[in-house]
Each structure stands twice: as C-alpha cells, then as structure tokens.
Design a protein around this ligand. Structure first.
Ligand code: C2E
Ligand code: CA
Ligand code: CA
Length: 270
C-alpha cells in the first residue's frame, strides 16, 4: 500500500508508460532536469501586466520533454510531489524576488498546488517560511487549485485556504467549469477568483454554448465578487469578447507562451 493519500486514479493509464515515468521522474529529480517557466497575465481593464502563472517543465537528455499534464499525476501518485512541490515553491519565489528586484513591482506569481500537498504536507507553513526567507509580501503570490481537487477532503482544504486568506494570499479555482464541484463550494471556500477553463475560451467566438458558458461564469463571478481569469486565449476575437463580457484578467498564447525568467524580465521589466 502506498503511504501517501493520493487521488483516485480517474483515468486509465498506459501501464508500461506509467512504469517508465517512474524512471524518468527519479532521473529528473536526481539530475535537476526540472525548470520553471512563467506565463504573463494581463488586466483586461488596463492592458497592464498583473502577474505570471508559474508552470513546471521537465526535459531530460535521455527521455526528452515530458509534459506536466503527464507527470504531475504520476508524482502525485508516488508522493514525489511533496519534494518536487517544495522545489517548485523555492524556485518560483526566488524567481519572483528577482522580478521584484528588476522593478516589476505590483505583480503577483500564481503557484499551482496539488491537493496531495494539502493533504500530506504542511503547505501553509512551508510557503510562509519561503516568503519570509525571500522577504516577499504574501500578497505577491496567489494559489491555484483545481475545482476537482476541492471535493477531496474539503475540511482540510478549507482550513488551509483560511490560513492563506488571513495572510493576504489569494486563492483562485483552476479549470473552472470542468470539474464536479458544486457551486455551493464557492461559498464554503472563501475563493477569490475563477480561472475559466481553456476548453470554453477556445470556442467562445465560434460556439454558442461556449459563449453562453463563459458569459454565465463571468456574470455569476461578478455577482459573487470574484475575479475572473480566462486562460488559453489564442485569438484577438476571443480577447475582445472576453473584454466585452467583463472578464478581469487574460492569459494565453496570444499574449505569450510560458517563458523563462530571463525572457520575461527582458520583455516586461521597464
Ligand atoms: P493549468 O494549471 O491549467 O495550466 C495552464 C496550461 O495551459 C499550461 O500547460 C499552459 O502552458 C497552457 N496554456 C496557456 N495558454 C495556452 C494557450 O493559449 N493555448 C494552449 N493550447 N495552451 C495554453 P502546461 O504548462 O503544460 O501545464 C499543464 C498542467 O500541468 C497545468 O494546467 C497544471 O495542472 C499542471 N502543472 C503545471 N505546472 C505545475 C506545477 O508547478 N505544480 C502543479 N501542481 N501542477 C502543475
Ligand atoms: Ca493553473
Ligand atoms: Ca487551468
């Protein structure tokens, strides 16, 4: 039996690939084949940069590039996400400190967290410790957790969110609209914002249902006092529709792909 509390295996996986991932991940961990990249977030109201989402990458000379969509579920299952998650926070916060030092004041960095980190690790005190170590105000980071993760151990998650709130760290619900969480959870969890899933943004200009879903999510969020972020914007038309609907923040390849710290500093620091 695995000692870690993990998520139910929701998707059938290719067993051979799953075992191969075990080798790839331990090899990557030993040899530092992970790196962080950052994707800009723009205010739709002002057009200004408001922050970045921090995203992990894995590239090994032997196994090539492996995407986080594939390896994050694996490290969640094996428990390695605890060690890797610590590394992600350390790297992201030390990079954020550099951005602030380069004069990019007023920005925030959003950290993706796994529910396994909440269930097994002392995520709140680890993050607070790192903020202190790097002398970063808590309001300069945001936490992203997927909607689906909320249904695993809601009491524990509620408590962790509450702790972050008290310190001024905002929480965004990721991939909103794709999971099974009920709308009632939005009230229970003191959420600050919703990230509208890419799959809805994708069809916003061409598919009536996607348009209706996006406009309903934005209208609901406004009534509840929540911020909205649209992810996966690839076309100007999508951006314009989202702006008209009153969406607050935009993210997607149209603005930029996730890039290294150096590329982002060169592009955005004034
Ligand atoms: P996510 O949190 O929903 O991240 C957004 C994903 O959409 C990223 O994929 C990003 O590169 C991609 N994306 C952004 N704009 C566009 C666009 O315009 N078009 C398209 N086609 N894609 C776009 P990525 O980096 O491959 O990450 C996939 C997922 O892996 C993330 O989804 C997140 O669930 C997980 N992940 C990534 N980094 C981390 C991490 O540091 N920690 C944890 N726990 N999970 C992570
Ligand atoms: Ca995210
Ligand atoms: Ca997302």
């Amino acid at each position: 039996m695995n000692a870690f509390k993990t998520l139910d295996s929701e998707n059938p996986v290719d067993l051979a690939r799953w075992h191969e991932l075990e080798r790839i991940m331990s090899d990557a961990m030993k040899n530092d084949y992970f790196k962080m990249v950052y994707q800009p977030l723009l205010s739709l109201g002002t057009g200004q940069l408001v922050g970045f989402e921090s995203l992990i990458r894995c590239q090994s000379p032997r196994f090539g590039i492996v995407g986080p969509d594939e390896f994050i579920p694996h490290v969640e299952q094996s428990g390695m996400i605890l060690e890797l998650g610590d590394w992600i926070f350390e790297q992201s916060l030390s990079d954020l400190k550099q951005m602030l030092n380069f004069g990019m004041t007023g920005i925030t960095v959003s950290l993706n967290i796994s529910p396994v980190q909440i269930l097994n690790g002392n995520i709140f005190s680890r993050v607070m410790h790192l903020l202190d170590k790097h002398q970063i105000p808590p309001s300069a980071i945001k936490i992203e957790l997927t909607e689906t993760a909320l249904i695993h151990s809601p009491e524990k998650i509620e408590k962790v969110f509450e702790n972050f709130h008290k310190e001024g760290v905002k929480v965004w619900l990721d991939d909103f609209g794709t999971g099974y969480a009920s709308l009632g959870l939005l009230r229970q969890f003191n959420i600050d914002g919703l990230k509208i899933d890419r799959s809805f943004v994708n069809g916003i200009a061409t598919n009536n249902e996607d348009f209706t879903l996006c406009s309903a999510i934005i209208a609901m969020a406004q009534r509840l006092g929540l911020e909205t972020v649209a992810e996966g914007i690839e076309e100007n038309e999508q951006l314009q529709i989202l702006e008209q609907l009153g969406c607050d923040i935009a993210q997607g390849y149209l603005i930029d792909k996730p890039q290294s710290l150096a590329r982002n500093v060169a592009k955005w620091a004034k």
